[in-house]
Design a protein around this ligand. Structure first.
Ligand code: FRU
Length: 431
């Protein structure tokens, strides 16, 4: 990770050049058999019928492994009452947890926090299980004291959590101490008032200890300020508004609640505005950095999809190059382009598995405006609001390939071996 430089602007010779997801690379985004996930059908049941579930993350240890707590595994999800319109969920999001013994049947543990969490509502994050202590990182969205809904975003850590188990249940409990960890500095990371286009981003903190250097890091989604009058994007102000970044902070002492900002490890200036839920999988000695992004956040002149995008580097700080040349790793079929979102990759034996949530179905429009005319009931029916089938991927150097899927909510246990695949016909498991 580069040290804090005295001059932060790469344009005037301060930091070394940062990895960029360029327009030329993103122009190559195209659906291929290797990158399209199978169509999703609604599951028969979900662990919590009364709430919708979207962004979900797994409880992991310091080494990035899925935590096994007395034979249980735990996931945390953003949730909202299922009788709300799907677009309203971001305004009331609360974090709940679910736990499972076999990685298939999940129990609803309820909301993690009482009413003491920071923000008007909580957006995505990550969870660390460290020697019996639970740390939950999340985005405090909105200002507690404001009477109207606001879009301020701060990275928050909650410490003090513990887990108790019995033969038949698991409980994640406080008392939690919530502490604001980071806000944008305005130089590496855009503040709300600097933002020129779509809503700015400073969210989705993701704990990661670098297995090679031991450095303790927090990745997050952000935007990189492009000053007015800059010659970035050929001086085109309309393209400069698209300034996504993967940010990073480090904890020099290793304390999970003390962080210092560092420059972004990846930017997509002139290319895309949102590099969401960044996370890394260390695989065969390389760093695979994954983000989710939307069709509508690509800059004018580029046609991307709602998809999981990926980049690979030999060190956590980069330089990163896009996987499959364009960056596209997993997307939805062309006739169900919004069926899943918010993908999260994790290693399992010889494969990388990817969980995501089941988003809109029976809907192949160009934008969500196309369902706005439907009745509220019909709009609700089009929203999955539960985890989608887990996707199986093979990764070989700079190339990835979708092999197929497991069931909705199937997060295999540590020793579970998955059915084989015929690599020449990856449509289904080998009988
Ligand atoms: C991705 C996302 C996250 C954010 C959450 C808010 O689905 O935009 O970046 O934390 O949704 O609901």
């Amino acid at each position: 990770m580069p040290n804090r430089p005295s001059n932060r602007d790469p344009d005037v010779g301060g930091d070394p050049p940062r990895s960029q997801w360029s327009r030329e690379q993103a122009a190559g985004i195209e659906r291929t058999p290797e990158t399209v996930a199978p169509i999703i059908y609604p599951p028969e049941s979900t662990p919590a019928e009364d709430v919708h579930v979207w962004d979900t993350w797994l409880l992991r240890d310091r080494h990035g492994r899925l935590a096994d707590v007395d034979g249980w595994r735990v996931v945390f999800s953003l949730t909202a009452p299922s009788d709300l319109l799907p677009g309203k969920r971001h305004d009331v999001a609360r974090i709940r947890y679910f736990y499972s013994r076999d990685g298939r049947q999940w129990h609803d543990g309820g909301p993690v926090f009482a009413d003491d969490a920071l923000g008007q509502r909580q957006w995505a994050g990550s969870a660390l299980y460290d020697d019996g202590d639970v740390y939950l990182y999340y985005t405090a969205a909105g200002t507690e004291t404001a009477s109207e809904l606001t879009y301020t975003q701060r990275l928050v850590g909650a410490s003090g959590g513990t887990i108790t188990t019995t033969e038949s249940s698991l409980s994640v409990d406080g008392p939690w101490t919530h502490r604001e960890l980071l806000r944008p500095d305005g130089e590496w990371y855009e503040t709300e008032s600097q933002s020129r286009g779509m809503i700015y981003t400073f969210r989705d903190p993701w704990f990661y200890e670098d297995p090679e250097t031991g450095e303790v890091c927090l990745l997050f989604e952000a935007n990189a300020p492009v000053p007015e009058g800059s010659d970035r994007c050929g001086g085109d102000a309309a393209l400069q508004e698209f300034n996504g970044a993967v940010g990073v902070a480090v904890s020099p002492s290793g304390d999970p609640m003390e962080w210092e900002l560092r420059p972004p490890i990846l930017e997509s200036i002139c290319t895309n505005q949102e590099l969401e839920r960044p996370h890394v999988v260390h695989w065969e000695g390389r760093y695979y950095l994954f983000v989710s992004s939307h069709m509508h956040t690509f800059a004018p002149g580029l046609d991307g999809y709602d998809a999981l995008y990926g980049f690979v580097a030999d060190s956590l700080g980069g330089p990163y190059r896009p996987l499959n040349e364009s960056g596209l790793v997993v997307t939805n079929p062309h006739n169900a382009p919004f069926q899943a979102y918010s993908w999260m990759a994790f290693p399992h034996h010889e494969e990388i598995l990817v969980e995501s949530f089941f988003n809109y179905f029976d809907f192949a429009g160009d934008s969500l405006d196309e369902i706005a005319h439907l009745t509220e009931r019909e709009q609700r029916r089009r929203f999955g609001g539960t985890l989608g089938p887990t996707i199986r991927l093979t990764v070989d150097g700079d190339r990835t390939r979708v092999l197929g899927t497991l069931d909705h909510w199937h997060i295999p246990t540590l020793n579970e071996s998955l059915p084989g695949f015929d690599v020449d016909d990856p449509a289904g498991p080998v009988p």
